[in-house]
Design a protein. Structure first.
Length: 431
């Protein structure tokens, strides 16, 4: 059986998708869907490999018959085939400095965090490590007793991870466990650590803040639950020491007061559209960007846009759909769409600058902007460097052939990526 990261795997009800709805787009295979009944009762549609969830029509019973399963397994949709990599002349030299491991991610997304010259990372087996990005050597490493599903968050002093049962673990400067608390729901998004708080979010959109030193719960924020949302890691971003920015299911974007848990503002990135519940899935994907007073966000089946971080007033928006997230700097906002075509927009007004379709269907990661290069990983573990000016390839390096889903991070002068197999690679680009 093929792995969950392999886009060639069996597609649920592929016959119905291609024969009846040929123009329909897909829900990317790594995104599961969950249904919210009453707010306090969450029913998850835990779609297991090798099945995928159709974007247009949810018919989970249709492939139960043996004949249809056989038809699905033998039918391929050429639109979804990953494009082969093209050859090019590299103009950016990228050297691998070191390699380390923290354990496989399993079905979850684990994102490394860089603070100064150090990188913090975790794996599903409970392993958490602080690594010197100059050498790739452990500063400390801890093995927690419970499996993990969310991580990692750190301010360089305290480090936090989370689990499916809602456990929130916080480690001290030496990697030893300081406290454990319980959030009211599953955690699959990395905690946010800073401003004397540890902030986590549950799969159904609750945002909970704990006192970073004691683990005492300070506040809980929640909007009205939507009927159907994606089971996807969605990060958060501090806005100085005043607010936490979070994108939520249903397309909502909020700035939450760090002291009280009330909203400074709430704005829609996009609105649900369509008739069926699946068509109306409209979640903000990934962590919001923040540069100066501008914050940007992107939704699945919706829009990409930027807002005034002080008021929530929209600066610009474009129709767009992403399954990974965006990166932002002073000049560009970059995101892969749900076909893994990488798009760049002018940050000031949203004017399209370029797009690169040479990674189509290769399941690109959350992007990272590194100087005048845009960095993305793909489902085969390649790290691609694109010119921030033109979108053309300027460099490429391999890793361990497992998918790269999380955004790369920069620790000192070392670019660090984490693969689904749990390997960390430290790269040093140079012209």
């Amino acid at each position: 059986m093929r792995s969950a990261a392999d886009p060639h795997r069996l597609r649920l009800c592929c016959v119905i998708d291609s024969a009846i709805h040929p123009a329909s787009r897909r829900v990317p295979h790594r995104l599961d869907a969950m249904r919210a009944a009453p707010i306090n009762r969450i029913q998850s549609f835990m779609l297991r490999p090798p099945m995928t969830f159709l974007k247009r029509y949810a018919v989970p019973f249709a492939c139960a018959m043996t004949a249809l399963l056989a038809a699905c397994s033998s039918t391929k949709d050429e639109r979804r085939e990953p494009v082969p990599l093209v050859d090019f002349k590299p103009v950016l030299t990228v050297n691998q400095a070191w390699k380390a491991s923290v354990g496989k991610a399993g079905r979850y997304l684990f994102s490394p965090v860089a603070v100064g010259d150090f990188v913090f990372a975790a794996g599903a087996n409970g392993s958490v490590a602080k690594i010197d990005a100059k050498t790739g050597q452990d500063v400390w490493r801890t093995k927690l007793k419970d499996d993990l599903s969310a991580g990692v968050g750190s301010d360089g002093n305290l480090t936090s991870v989370g689990g499916l049962k809602g456990q929130v673990d916080v480690l001290g400067p030496d990697g030893k466990l300081l406290w454990t608390a319980t959030a009211p729901g599953e955690l699959i998004s990395p905690p946010l650590v800073g401003n004397d708080l540890v902030v986590v979010r549950t799969i159904d959109g609750k945002v909970i803040a704990f006192n970073a030193q004691t683990g005492e719960q300070k506040w809980v924020f929640q909007l009205r639950a939507v009927l159907l949302n994606l089971r996807v890691s969605a990060g958060m971003t501090f806005a100085a020491n005043q607010a936490v920015l979070a994108g939520l299911p249903g397309g909502a974007f909020v700035a939450i007061n760090l002291q009280s848990g009330d909203t400074y503002w709430q704005a829609p990135v996009s609105y649900p559209k369509g008739v069926t519940e699946v068509e109306r899935i409209n979640d903000v994907i990934g962590a919001p960007g923040l540069v100066g007073a501008q914050t940007c966000a992107v939704t699945f089946q919706g829009k990409i846009g930027c807002f005034d971080a002080n008021s929530g007033r929209p600066d610009w928006e474009r129709n767009f759909s992403s399954s990974s997230g965006l990166a932002q700097d002073e000049q560009l906002v970059v995101a892969g769409d749900d076909w893994s075509v990488v798009n760049a927009f002018r940050a000031s007004d949203g004017t399209p600058i370029w797009k690169n379709d040479k990674l189509k269907n290769r399941e690109v990661s959350v992007p990272f902007i590194l100087g005048r290069a845009v960095v993305v990983g793909d489902y085969k573990g390649f790290v691609h460097f694109l010119s921030a000016d033109t979108g053309e390839f300027v460099g490429r390096v391999p890793t361990d052939v497992s998918a790269i889903v999380a955004a790369p991070v920069l620790a000192g002068n070392t670019l660090v990526v984490q693969t689904k197999d749990g390997d960390l690679y430290g790269f040093r680009p140079s012209n």
